[in-house]
Design a protein around this ligand. Sequence first.
Ligand code: SF4
Length: 74
Amino acid sequence: AADLPHVSPDDPTAKALGYVEDANTTKDAKRKAGDACANCQFYSGGASGYGPCQLFPGKSVNAKGWCVSHSKKA
Ligand code: SF4
């Protein structure tokens, strides 16, 4: 299946959540080492590339990305 449109870091929701395409580039102290979309419970894509996030309906986020709503998969 084709990727959903990628979330733009300029998207208002992305800005509100501090979303970045590369988790390592965030300056947010809430991000713990190793946290990324790929291991977030809201993410349903593969280990690399882009995949859906429940917080961004109709869009896809970077597996290596991150935002303040990150919650580790159980
Ligand atoms: Fe990535 Fe999780 Fe934030 Fe969605 S909620 S953008 S999967 S860290």
